[in-house]
Design a binder for this molecule. Structure first.
Ligand SMILES: [Zn+2]
Length: 96
């Protein structure tokens, strides 16, 4: 275990404890804003069993390349698949 991974573990544990300690306060704040009641109402009206089934079926049936095609683009010069957003191709350096 390297020093960097130990630092990440300690920082992650501290952040998790802080988050858990303040979770009740956050939920109470959302309750006072009315967000929880709104979410309950919307969930009861729109997130029915049928809609959950349709969403799950679409997520399973749609090819995963569709999601990648939205996020990625191809270089026009060397035809490399580019996942990062940027103006220049990481392989050939031409403008995308
Ligand atoms: Zn290129």
């Amino acid at each position: 275990m390297t020093l960097a991974s130990r630092k990440r573990l300690v920082a992650g544990s501290a952040l998790l404890l802080i988050g858990l300690a303040n979770l009740g306060m956050f939920v109470n704040w959302l309750e006072t804003l009315g967000v929880l009641a709104w979410a309950r109402r919307v969930c009861d009206q729109y997130i029915t069993g049928t809609s959950v089934t349709v969403i799950a079926a679409l997520l399973i049936l749609l090819p995963s390349g569709t999601v990648i095609a939205v996020c990625a683009q191809r270089c026009k010069v060397c035809d490399v698949l580019l996942f990062r957003r940027g103006k220049y191709c990481s392989e050939c350096g031409s403008r995308v």
